[in-house]
Structure formats: structure tokens, C-alpha cells
Write a protein that binds this ligand. Structure first.
Ligand code: G6P
Length: 372
């Protein structure tokens, strides 16, 4: 009913709007005033965490994209090798796991069959499994050694939005917590990230307040057949997520690429007026990444692409090459997906609406895939 949707036309719109709160709720009580993380609920003893020599993340769909982003954070902050794999691939390839492997299973519903089978396999090999889950008492957390719940609240729309943002928050918390426990690289950089993470809801709110041009742009592209998405570093999984949303909701051909792979194939797809969304890393700090993607934007634009550029406020380098510019606030490099994903959600939702599609219940899809 309209009341359940809180006055919004679709659950998805309501859930997009709820993201600042969902993110804040997921952070609540987990970082104290002095910036120390307390995740006592993760009942994996510090001595076990100190022994971990490999992290493997398994998930499906949007949760898999959260896991891909987590890999960058975990390796950078903890220096533990980390791989992220689709649960459906992981379980059938005889992966190497042992007692020193920490497996993180990410699932909104806690009922996805492939993810469940992957965690069962991992536990049989002696690995410890930590679930990141949004549904209290569901099967995946029940069968795991420990759980960190996301507090997104119930997510009704099939296409995941607020659950994704809270999965990211939970992954960052786990990565920072493991770094804290092990004392790895725990220094000024991490302290600053913790502070910024604690306040990230405000930035998400800020993005939500500036989405009208994105909706307008989406409506103007309703007749297109293809949209491409490019990103580097954590922007790469964001590009994949932007493309997934567009497939799910707008039933359009959409693909995400690592921008560095352009010349190994994808650039052949560029033709006149093809919309290409580019997620640009912060120009501050790791500017190499930034400069590389600016040249990528130049390259595709020279070949006719219509560039839709998501870039930080104050990033003037992208201006000459952006046919459409979407501004996001500055965040630490690894946290950018928390703000850069939001315009892509709004974009897909509006395109689906413009194409007359059912936003909350896309054809052929289920909220939770409990079969193999
Ligand atoms: C389905 C949903 C997706 C979701 C995926 C994984 O495909 O439509 O939105 O990302 O399952 O679901 P889970 O509940 O495990 O996060």
C-alpha cells in the first residue's frame, strides 16, 4: 500500500531515501567516541583473528559487489591476502581453505542457496565463517561461526540499495576491526578513515539532495539500448553494480568494465552518442588513479561516447570531458563507493520508470534465490 511505501511510489525509492539512516544504524554502537571499534558481537576471539592468513569473501549479486570492494579495504588496511568470489563459482572449484582462513559470507536475506552452500563447504574445511547479514536469525548467520548484522531494516524492492550500502559499512568495520586487533598499519590514516566513516551518513544525505539532474538525464536516455560503466580501483565494482542495477530494472544492455581494460576490448564498443558512465576517484591523495581515468574519459569521448562523469566536488580536471557531470562529496578513497553508488541507483530506478517497467518487482527476478 501507499502507506507502507511511506508516500513514495516504489519501495525502491523509499529504500534509497532511507540510506543515510540505514548507514548510521549499522555504525551505531560500533565505533566509540575515541575512534575505537568494538565488535564484541563478532565472536571470533582476537587470538584467532591474529592467526588468520587469508580472507575469502563469498556472495552473490549485489552482495558480491560489496565483497569486491571489501577486498580493496581488507588488503590495504590489514595486509592479509583477500579474494572475493561468486559463491556459485567458489563451491565448485575445490578451493584451498584451512583453519587460518577467514571466510566472509555476505547476504542481505541470509537465505541465498549458493552462499549457504559455499559457507558449508568452507566450514567443512575448517575455515572460520563470519556472516554479514541483514536478516536476524536467517540460515546463513545461524550456520556461521559469527555474524555482523547490517541494520538496513527490511528491504522489499528486489533490487538491493540500502542493504548494499550497509554491507559496505559492515565490510569496512570488519576490515578496520581486524586491522585494530592485529595492530597492522593502525595509524593516522586509519584513525582518519574511522572518523570519516562514522560521519558518512551526512555525505549520503547530501548526494540524495542533488539527484534531480540525474533523474532528468535518465529520462532522456529511455530510448537507448546500451549503457556502459567504467571505474578503477573501488570504482570498478561500483561500475559493475551500476550496470547490474540497469539490467535488473531497465532491462537494458549494461556492462561495467575496469577502465584500464578499455583498450583490451571494450573501447571497440564505443560509438557515437553511446552513454558511458565513469566513476572517478578522488583527485586528492592517490592522484595516479585519478589521472589515469581522466585520460580514459578523453579516449572514449574522442570516439564519440556521451560521457556521464561521477566526480568529486572541486575536481576540475574532468570538466572539459564531461557531457554530464554528477558531483559527489569528498570521502577517503576506499569509502567512495558509499556515495558514488547512490546516483547509479537513482539513475536505474528512473530509467526503469521511464521505460514503464515495474520497479519493485522486475521481471524474472526474485528477492532471494533459495534454489541453486
Ligand atoms: C538476488 C537479489 C539481489 C541480491 C542477490 C543476493 O539476486 O535480486 O538483489 O543481491 O539475490 O541476495 P542476498 O540476500 O544473498 O544478499
Amino acid at each position: 500500500s501507499a502507506a507502507e511505501k511511506g508516500g513514495y511510489d516504489y519501495f525502491m525509492l523509499k529504500e534509497i531515501a532511507e540510506q543515510p539512516k540505514a548507514v548510521a544504524d549499522t555504525l551505531l554502537g560500533r565505533i566509540d567516541a575515541s575512534g575505537v571499534l568494538s565488535l564484541d558481537e563478532v565472536r571470533i576471539p582476537p587470538e584467532v583473528l591474529r592467526e588468520v592468513d587469508k580472507v575469502v569473501i563469498v556472495a552473490c549479486g549485489t552482495a558480491y559487489h560489496a565483497g569486491m570492494i571489501a577486498k580493496y579495504a581488507i588488503e590495504h588496511w590489514t595486509r592479509i591476502p583477500c579474494e572475493t568470489e561468486l559463491a556459485s563459482e567458489f563451491r565448485y572449484r575445490d578451493p584451498i581453505l584451512d583453519r587460518r582462513t577467514l571466510v566472509i559470507a555476505i547476504s542481505q536475506s541470509g537465505e541465498t542457496m549458493d552462499t549457504l552452500m559455499a559457507l558449508r563447504h568452507a566450514r567443512e574445511q575448517g575455515a572460520k565463517v563470519l556472516a554479514i547479514c541483514n536478516t536476524n536469525g536467517s540460515t546463513i548467520p545461524r550456520e556461521s561461526d559469527a555474524v555482523l548484522y547490517t541494520h538496513a531494516g527490511p528491504e522489499v524492492a528486489v533490487a538491493s540499495t540500502k542493504a548494499f550500502l550497509t554491507q559496505l559499512v559492515a565490510c569496512y568495520l570488519v576490515a578496520l576491526y581486524v586491522a585494530q586487533v592485529r595492530g597492522t598499519k593502525w595509524g593516522d590514516e586509519i584513525r582518519a578513515v574511522v572518523r570519516e566513516l562514522a560521519a558518512i551518513g551526512t555525505q549520503v544525505e547530501q548526494v540524495l539532495g542533488t539527484m534531480e539532474p540525474v533523474r532528468e538525464l535518465a529520462r532522456s536516455l529511455a530510448d537507448k539500448n546500451t549503457v556502459l560503466f567504467l571505474g578503477r580501483h573501488v570504482g570498478y565494482p561500483v561500475a559493475l553494480e551500476g550496470a547490474l542495477k540497469l539490467k535488473e530494472l531497465a532491462y537494458m544492455h549494461a556492462e561495467g568494465f575496469a577502465a584500464g581494460e578499455l583498450k583490451h576490448g571494450p573501447i571497440a564498443l564505443i560509438e557515437d552518442d553511446l552513454p558511458v558512465v565513469v566513476v572517478v576517484p578522488s583527485p586528492r591523495g592517490r592522484s595516479v588513479l585519478h589521472d589515469k581515468i581522466v585520460s580514459n574519459i578523453q579516449e572514449i569521448r574522442a570516439r564519440g561516447a556521451r560521457t556521464i562523469v561521477i566526480a568529486e566536488e572541486g575536481d576540475e580536471d574532468v570538466v572539459p570531458y564531461a557531457d554530464h557531470l554528477v558531483r559527489i562529496p569528498h570521502t577517503p578513497v576506499l569509502l567512495q563507493p558509499l556515495v558514488s553508488t547512490v546516483p547509479l541507483q537513482v539513475f536505474a530506478c528512473e530509467l526503469a520508470t521511464a521505460r514503464g517497467n515495474e520497479v519493485d518487482q522486475p521481471r524474472n527476478l526474485a528477492k532471494s534465490v533459495t534454489v541453486e
